[in-house]
Design a protein around this ligand. Sequence first.
Ligand code: CA
Length: 250
Amino acid sequence: MSQLARWITCVLITQFTVAVLAADFVPPPIRSYPHDPTAFTQGLVWDRGLLYESTGRYGHSTLSVRELKTGRVLRRHDLPKAMFGEGIALVGDEIIQLTWQEHQAFVYDKASLRLKRTLPYAWEGWGLAYDGRHLIASDGSAQLRFLDPATLHEVRRLNVTDGGQHIDQLNELEYVKGEILANVYGSDRIARISPQTGRVLAWIELAYLFPEQQRPARDAVLNGIAYDAAQDVLIVTGKHWPKLFVIPAP
Ligand SMILES: [Ca+2]
């Protein structure tokens, strides 16, 4: 290969690599609200002025409804000690909550948080979201499952990639304007994922919201995405984070 040919090949490879990796965005926070620093946040959903939160850890797992501005708990349901709470999603007037390794999902009445029924769940439970037709579930891998919301049976599966590389550790989820947003466990960024191709469209970098040196523990990572469609904003937080942050929706 001539020197020129080698140079052109090198330029093309560099250009191609840069072109296929999704870009990073660092959105400015609009405002912040108090968040329970004892909450090991695993699921976050916003609906009509109320914030629904699921927390994990054995003996500390809960489902709660809170006032955003004050953090005041309006209703709370404690899970049995042997259950580790995970992702939640709203489907009509019900809330579905996954458990981590207990292979059970709980269905609650949204208004009262009364447990209506328990469904078997085949996989490890991490994040959950609802696109208006199917539930979307993560299990810590690079795959997302689309599930029938009535039965929790798998309808289809999506491999999530960026620049051809699998993006695993997919965690808390939210469906926002035709995209799937996903926290990536162990990181402080959110992937914007195409539900059609599984490709990461862009990354939202949020480590600066709660600097690492201020955190109480290594696992106090960003985890929790809710979408307020009326304001077109995201409400984000992390495990043991003392604040919730409102940022512009992508
Ligand atoms: Ca969510």
